[in-house]
Design a protein around this ligand. Structure first.
Ligand code: FES
Ligand code: FE2
Length: 362
């Protein structure tokens, strides 16, 4: 592990970590799927870029840059026709690939294409890839990769700090003792899953005291799983529980205006069959919500007022430094324009094929 504390020195600004002008190329949530019905079109601003999304008759969602290439009308004023979108102003029509397919005052439309963005749906959310071609899969819970999931879309939040600061909370071992008063020494083992994902697992047996732990101890003596998976340096999935019962929480965060963090919390569990499966999942998701509250309590206060400046990392902060190094290696884009902040230094074709394979297995 590279524990290069230069990462934090004020003489060198991090490329991605805690940088309010950059974000990592990746999949980002737009809105919950249920908020966009067939035939609906909506304006959205994601990572500083104005977009329009709509759901065609075939139920697929398309994402375009927001303004019409004719005279700049906002396309969200337009109308969905079949699988295409027609501009409100002079009725130019664009198909889901962004091709202009009709200009009412011309016999043949001009050869024009809107800027489109790869769009997909997973875990009850619509996601957009912030580059031309997706290089990696949609974020998934590693343990549930092959499973169908039951998802509860929990709260939406805005925090007065950079998404990076929200992210590291889950692997900040010291604060579990000081803020959450857990009498445990957490030792994380970090492993990169791919270029854009990293998992930290805790394998330390948990001893002692608080009510929450005592309750679990009545039924269970072994180590309690606490694992944290990051995607695109901006989404964190926390998995918690004894080995026979895990709860999963996803905090999907985007860099908002002014370097703030805008996030969506999802609670996830494996889909269980039948009515009783459905019922037990309601209980599981409710328990997940309680676990989530337990973890958020206390942190809220600090992330609203912190002026993050990680000047003095200790050995116990190693996982945070490993996360920062992982984040710094990823492709950086400019907030607002989505232009590359630095050229990609790895070739992309094999990864692209891998992503397509995964998508077709979904
Ligand atoms: S501005 Fe869209 S068709 Fe004219
Ligand atoms: Fe915390």
């Amino acid at each position: 592990m590279n524990l290069n504390s230069q990462t934090f020195s004020s003489s060198r600004k991090p490329k991605n970590f805690n940088n309010p002008e950059h974000f990592i190329e990746g999949w980002y949530w737009i809105i919950p799927s249920r908020n966009l019905r067939v035939g609906q079109v909506k304006p959205v601003t994601i990572l500083g870029r104005e977009l329009v999304i709509y759901r065609g008759k075939d139920k697929r969602v398309a994402t375009f840059d927001a303004y019409c290439p004719h005279m700049g009308a906002h396309l969200a004023e337009g109308k969905v026709e079949g699988n295409a979108l027609r501009c409100f102003f002079h009725h130019w029509k664009f198909d889901a690939e962004g091709m202009c397919i009709d200009i009412p005052c011309l016999d043949t439309p001009l050869s024009l294409k809107l800027q489109t963005w790869p769009t997909a749906e997973k875990y009850g959310m619509i996601w957009v890839w912030t580059g031309e071609i997706p290089q990696q899969p949609l974020p998934f819970v590693p343990e549930l990769e092959q499973e169908e999931c039951d998802v509860a879309i929990h709260s939406h939040f805005l925090m007065n700090c950079h998404p990076s600061v929200v992210m590291i909370n889950a692997i900040d071992a010291q604060h579990f003792n000081t803020v959450h008063e857990l009498p445990i020494e957490i030792i994380f083992d970090g492993q990169e899953l791919n270029e854009n994902a990293i998992i930290f697992s805790n394998i330390t047996p948990i001893k002692d005291n608080p009510f929450f732990i005592k309750l679990i101890r009545l039924f269970y003596k072994k180590a309690i799983t606490y694992s944290v998976c990051y995607w695109y340096g901006s989404i964190v999935i926390v998995t918690l529980g004894p080995d026979f019962f895990h709860v999963h929480m996803m905090f999907a965060v985007r860099l908002h205006e002014g370097g703030k963090a805008e996030g969506q919390i999802l609670l996830l569990t494996k889909k269980r069959k039948g009515f009783f499966g459905w019922l037990s999942n309601r209980v599981v998701l409710w328990l997940t919500k309680i676990a989530g509250k337990f973890f958020l309590m206390g942190d809220i206060k600090i992330v609203q007022t912190i002026k993050f400046d990680f000047k003095t990392p200790l050995k116990v902060d190693q996982p945070i430094m490993q996360f920062i190094n992982h984040v710094e290696k990823q492709q950086s884009l400019m907030w607002g324009t989505w232009q590359e902040a630095r050229s990609r230094d790895v070739e992309s074709k094999p990864k692209r094929e891998r992503w397509q394979d995964k998508m077709s297995n979904d």
